[in-house]
Ligand binder design. Structure first.
Ligand code: SAM
Ligand code: SF4
Length: 345
């Protein structure tokens, strides 16, 4: 992709996207690929079936869609997947999207990654305008890391995290809390993050997609993790300004920030400012609902940005009030059939 070709597209500002509940859409997450070089047990089965390439948006199509959202008030853009850094040409896309940072139309361009390819890409990401990345790391134990990710190896990811920091990227570590697997390791992860200056965010498992095992066995409510931490540390709640499911505290004794993403035990929907675009151009107005708007057909049938604008306006009128997640022994199937790697984490 030639970023200069993309600069030619006129950037006239459209009306902000506001949903029927008065929530302004200012945050877009884009899954740039459903593919991944890991097979985390809670995310996808080992023999995962990926989408045919023809169904996946081109980099130009992703750019066009993301830019349409930016014209309509998106201030923060997160690229995710699958593993975004395994997508060929990803740095070209990041560079192209970086133009919106320079014009001031976008506040932040960021990425969620498993860190496996970060050594190769960290400096280019920084040069393109990325300042913060989320990197997933559920354990510091090499054996457990290989068990959880199946195909991942801990030294590769630790190297990626170090490379990100060295390039000037602020790193937030995402740790999925898994009962009987890493519940004894929160303290060690906090110490690792304190040493290296990373933030830590703990994530509750979400019922997204068939994974071949029962999630209930490893479901660990973060309320329990928090209660355990509070027996040793003082956790001061920080004001919420993310509009998302993360709640932050500061550990008074160390000054460290710690986040909890608890979609199941905490209702964050009333302040939801985000929508998610899949690698095939399907717009999910809610992570926890199946309703979807097909934006790929719009970008593939028309070069007219007015038609795209109209499709965005229509989609946002369908944003639901909230989600209906539940992890329940009685529920035979996941609440939502698609995998996290489809909608993006
Ligand atoms: N591959 C990248 C990574 O692992 O960071 C980006 C995509 S991944 C789907 C985004 C985040 O979602 C990761 O932090 C991952 O641990 C988390 N995740 C995946 N499946 C999940 C599930 N079922 N419940 C909760 N978190 C999940
Ligand atoms: Fe890949 Fe991320 Fe899913 Fe793990 S959580 S399998 S790294 S997409």
């Amino acid at each position: 992709m030639t970023p200069t070709a993309l600069l030619d597209r006129p950037a006239t500002r459209g009306a902000p996207l506001v949903d029927p509940f008065g929530r302004a859409i200012s945050y877009l997450r884009v899954s740039v690929t459903d593919r991944c070089d890991f097979r985390c047990v809670y995310c996808m089965p080992e023999a995962m079936t990926f989408l045919p390439k023809a169904e996946v948006l081109s980099l130009e199509e992703i750019d066009r869609l993301a830019s349409a959202f930016i014209r309509r008030g998106t201030r923060k853009l997160r690229l995710t997947g699958g593993e975004p850094l395994v997508r060929r040409g990803i740095i070209d896309l990041v560079r192209a999207l970086g133009r919106h940072l320079r014009t001031g139309d976008l506040d932040e361009l960021t990425l969620t990654s498993n860190g496996s390819q970060m050594v190769r890409h960290a400096e280019d990401l920084f040069a393109a305008g990325v300042r913060r990345v989320n990197i997933s790391l559920d354990t510091l134990d090499p054996g457990k890391f290989a068990d959880i990710t199946r195909w991942g190896r801990l030294p590769q990811v630790l190297g990626g995290i170090a490379a990100a920091s060295a390039a000037g990227l602020h790193v937030k570590i995402n740790m999925v809390a898994l009962a009987g697997v890493n519940d004894g390791e929160v303290e060690a992860m906090l110490a690792f993050c304190a040493t290296h200056g990373h933030d830590l965010v703990l994530i509750e498992t979400m019922p997204l997609g068939e994974i071949g095992v029962d999630r209930v066995d490893h479901y660990l409510p973060l309320s329990r993790v928090r209660a355990d931490l509070e027996t040793r540390w003082t956790l001061d709640d920080l004001p919420d300004n993310t509009g998302g499911p993360a709640r932050y505290v500061r550990i008074r004794e160390t000054g460290q920030r710690l986040g909890f993403i608890t979609p199941l035990t905490h209702n964050f929907c009333e302040s939801c400012n985000r929508v998610r675009l899949t690698a095939t151009g399907q717009l999910y107005m809610c992570l926890g609902q199946d309703d979807v708007a097909d934006l790929r057909s719009v970008v593939r049938t028309s070069d007219d940005d007015n038609a795209l604008d109209a499709a965005l306006t229509e989609a946002i009128t369908r944003k639901p009030r909230g989600h209906d997640f539940v992890i329940d022994r009685r529920a035979a199937a996941p609440a939502v059939r698609r995998h996290m790697s489809v909608t993006g984490g």
